[in-house]
Design a protein around this ligand. Structure first.
Ligand SMILES: Cc1cc2nc3c(=O)[nH]c(=O)nc-3n(C[C@H](O)[C@H](O)[C@H](O)COP(=O)(O)OP(=O)(O)OC[C@H]3O[C@@H](n4cnc5c(N)ncnc54)[C@H](O)[C@@H]3O)c2cc1C
Ligand code: SF4
Ligand code: SF4
Length: 415
């Protein structure tokens, strides 16, 4: 059994531990008592054991007084790990269209499953989505689990996480992968917390150790300066989210066969506190950034929102999308959906034109695998100029109009 206690003769009643507790399990009560030093203090910290998860955060906060003692029992989970089998891919779909990252994950999942000698399964949740199952098989899934229910028509965290957590506990996969999409990020963390397992977000590499069956989850850490490989050795399933375009999908093979398993779930007991009101499409993006072959991206060097009009003109002529650095997004010049980088989108177009972007590591991690990078910058020593295939030194307000003119001439477009 886990144990936690406040040592009365050490607790000064300072209250530092209260803020540190993520579960609101600590309060101060009036209880005059004497410390080891002989000093008398008026208040004492009291821990509500019904709320405490034994996370240890308060022990850290009380380092100065050492007044909280915690004893955690070693987790005895290894014996049950063997019952977990198969690699699962969450087949995220929006209004009947499967997210492209799903096909990439199936390809990687298949590779991992072969090393572990198990099957790769896709999990399809939604309403009127049964016909999508075949597509998942054509791209490599051995089994597709479907939960088709009107409650799942639109993505809502509560019913989706309830059904997936239940299915995981029932079927016991050893690995669960999801796309690091807006939905995947919030969905995966909810499910991992519900089933009390580990989750590694935003992985850029995955492998398995066939002996321990541990998933080797690699992702950038410390602002992209190092790559860390994370393991979840004591819990199953091992959960990870992966960004779009990190892995390549398999060729579609319509001769592939697989098993489709329809599952029913009783949603009547699920508390759903959110309601889907309306779907509002982002009309500012003419071309999907993540899918674009050409991206014209702007940063703080644009000096204001009007600069994006110029970039839009170039992007339109090239049939590309407009991207942005976080500095430009934070300044309110362009919506967040255009942000490229660590906290934005990961892109890998054939051509990335960076205009007035210095190339800080948080931006580079989101675009450095672009095939050709063109940097336009006043400063020749900017990191983006160093990594670019072609660096154009100068004022973007002189260079971009010249590029627009040249493309128009090439295409025979007259002003
Ligand atoms: C946790 C964390 C996450 C982050 N995530 C992201 C992310 O996802 N994406 C992201 O982009 N950033 C991210 N950042 C911010 C990142 O560190 C940089 O601050 C940001 O990328 C800088 O944007 P910038 O290159 O547009 O601006 P700056 O670094 O200010 O660069 C502007 C550039 O424009 C050039 N310039 C100025 N005027 C002109 C002109 N007229 N013509 C040509 N060139 C000109 C300058 O020489 C300079 O190189 C993150 C930071 C943190 C701490
Ligand atoms: S337990 Fe530690 S941090 Fe909390 S009130 Fe007592 S001395 Fe302060
Ligand atoms: S161990 Fe964690 S949950 Fe328990 S009282 Fe301390 S901070 Fe709160």
């Amino acid at each position: 059994m886990n144990k936690i206690e406040v040592i009365v003769t050490k607790c000064t009643g300072c209250g530092l531990c209260i803020k540190s507790c993520p579960y609101g399990a600590i309060k101060l009560v009036d209880s005059p008592h004497q410390l080891e030093s002989g000093r008398t203090v008026k208040q004492l910290a009291v821990i509500d054991l019904d709320k405490c998860t034994y996370c240890g955060a308060c022990v850290e906060a009380c380092k100065r007084y050492n007044a909280i003692l915690i004893e955690k029992k070693e987790e005895q989970v290894t014996a049950t790990l063997d019952v977990y089998k198969n690699v699962w891919i969450y087949a995220e779909q929006h209004r009947g269209t499967i997210s492209p990252v799903v096909f990439e994950l199936i390809a990687k999942g298949k590779e991992l499953a072969e090393k572990l000698n198990v099957k790769v399964c896709s999990i399809l949740l939604g309403h009127n989505i049964k016909e999508l199952a075949k597509e998942l098989i054509y791209y490599g899934s051995d089994i597709v689990y479907i939960v088709d229910d009107p409650v799942l028509k639109e993505f809502l965290d509560e019913p989706y996480s309830a059904v997936l957590s239940w299915l995981i506990q029932k079927e016991k996969p050893e690995i669960v992968l999801m796309g690091a999409t807006n939905i995947g990020r919030s969905f995966a963390s909810r499910v991992a917390a519900k089933i009390r397992t580990g989750l590694t977000a935003d992985c850029t590499g995955l492998d398995v150790d066939p002996t321990t069956r541990n998933l080797l989850q690699t992702r950038p850490a410390f602002g992209g300066n190092i790559m860390a490989t994370i393991l979840t050795p004591k819990h199953r399933p091992q959960m990870a989210t992966v960004r779009h375009k990190v892995f390549k999908p398999l060729q579609k093979d319509t001769s592939r066969n697989g098993e489709i398993i329809e599952v029913q779930y009783d949603f009547s007991k699920v508390k759903i506190r959110t309601k889907f009101l309306e779907f509002i499409k982002d009309t500012t993006a003419k071309v999907n950034l993540a899918e674009a072959d050409i991206i014209v991206s702007g940063g703080r060097g644009l000096g204001g929102p009007d600069g994006f009009k110029l970039l839009e003109e170039l992007a339109d002529l090239l049939g590309g999308a407009v991207g942005a650095s976080r500095a430009a997004v934070d300044a309110g010049w362009i919506p967040y959906s255009h942000q490229v980088g660590q906290t934005g989108r990961t892109v890998a177009p054939k051509l990335y034109i960076a205009c007035g972007i210095s190339g800080q590591i948080q931006h580079l991690v989101g675009m450095s695998s672009s095939q050709i990078i063109v940097a336009i910058n006043k400063d020749p020593s900017a990191p983006m100029m160093k990594i670019a295939t072609y660096s154009i030194e100068g004022d973007l307000y002189e260079i971009v109009p010249e590029l627009i003119k040249a493309v128009k001439e090439y295409k025979g477009i007259k002003d």
